[in-house]
Design a protein around this ligand. Sequence first.
Ligand code: BES
Ligand code: ZN
Length: 533
Amino acid sequence: MELELWVSFDERRLRGSVTFVLDPAGLRLVLDTRDLTIRRVNGRTDNFRLGARDPLLGAPLEIDLEPGERTVLIEYETSPESSGLQWLAPAQTAGKRHPFLYSQSQAIHARSWIPIQDSPRARVTFSATIHAPAPLQALMAARRVRDGCFHMPLPVPPYLMALAVGEVEFRALGARSGVWAEPPLLDAAAREFADVEKMIEAAERLYGRYRWGRFDLLVLPPSFPFGGMENPCLTFLTPTVIAGDRNLVSLIAHELAHSWSGNLVTNATWNDYWLNEGFTTYIERRIQEALYGRARSEMEMAVETGELEEELRRLPEADQKLVLELEGRDPDDGMTQVPYVKGALLLRHLEEKHGRGKWDAWLRGYFGRFAFQSVTTADFLAELERGFPGEDIREWLYRPGLPKNAPRPQYEFGTEPRRDWTTQEWLHWMRAMPEKLTVERMAELDRQWGFSRIGNSEIAAQWLLMAVRSGYEAAYERLERFLVEVGRRKYVKPLYAELAKTPQGRQQALRIYEKARPGYHPITRAAADALLG
Ligand code: BES
Ligand code: ZN
């Protein structure tokens, strides 16, 4: 695939072309699109049709080819509503001087900025030229050949196609790693992520050579809807991961782990999402253990397991199975703790049952055997059977809840807060409190620990949730600022949901949302729209 795109911030549009070289040739090519305008195909307007638009899947682009015609050049443009792109005004950046654009293609948003077969089964290699207005930098999840020119010689699934344009600068972290960020954030980002090279080395010792060349990080503006996105060669990150004390760097370990589980071996369908995220959460734990010791890793896993158990109490049974049933639904709905943490607990169960030596060897074999392929749960099961004949994990895959013999990560959490507590210890302590505290008790905690002024995003989000539950209005100013600035879906969604539980809170939620919505990414908007009607 070859991309050439011009970036217009005035029109909020990408305009240009994509060229596919087909192998083998055929007579009809069908691509996914959503909110794209197709101008010409191979210079003509009579050889293609856009089918009816499905709200979830978009419109199929059907192209007729001449016999032997192998090159297909599609001239097209995106729309300002394309769900895979967020166009930011200067005010939404740290620098405040220039606009910013970034893409987020997972799960099925690549089709809103490239006409493509948008399935994780359909890998492509590509080169790309991006024309961005000076002085802005264009970056892609690929090798940088020179300014604005990129090359990805390894086949990647479409959900890993990524583009960003903004005023960003680079700082090296290691020989093959570095960080891109807006200038005001660059120092803090480089300090926070100093361990990246050690993380790559630890992962390589466990699962084999890092195959993508560079591992760079890009810090995005705070509206980025996720914590991180494992775009190959260039992980995209929320700025809320920069806590100042490296307490949240497991997120870097997580996105790095995807270089094996996800980017190298990919789920073939979104129903098999646990093959991406369960493996990755498990590997994230192993990297953290290698760098910071077993206790830290267990503490993080214990917090995650608590989050899973909490979510299992609310989720319909059908969504508690590892193998998802997403037909007719938005695959973004599958992003619960189930594929992540239940998936990781399954792999840990297998590790404990068969021993680390045998299990690690099996995992290395799995990544080698399926490298650059997309696999189903059935492929995984066949490979598991080869390594561990008779192993039966059907209960994990096809039944709700956690099996009785599921591992229970243990960590002795303290009960008396200390100033030097890690983020995870604070979270555990806060979550163990009663749902509702008196306003007096909240005020006392606030005086003692300064929660309403805290910069750490995880602790702030948890505190604000407690404030809403307890009707602690002194924190509402902070709540409003937080919701207007930060667009990370994981924080935004529970806060609006909690507010919306009372009529008065709902009024408040709607008032804040009206102010915040224009700054949110389409993915976060969709979640909040659904909540608030
Ligand atoms: N690939 C995911 C992000 C994602 C999932 C984007 C589904 C779109 C659809 C990424 O690797 C991820 O899992 N991010 C987590 C952080 C992680 C430490 C649990 C997130 O953003 O919260
Ligand atoms: Zn992930």
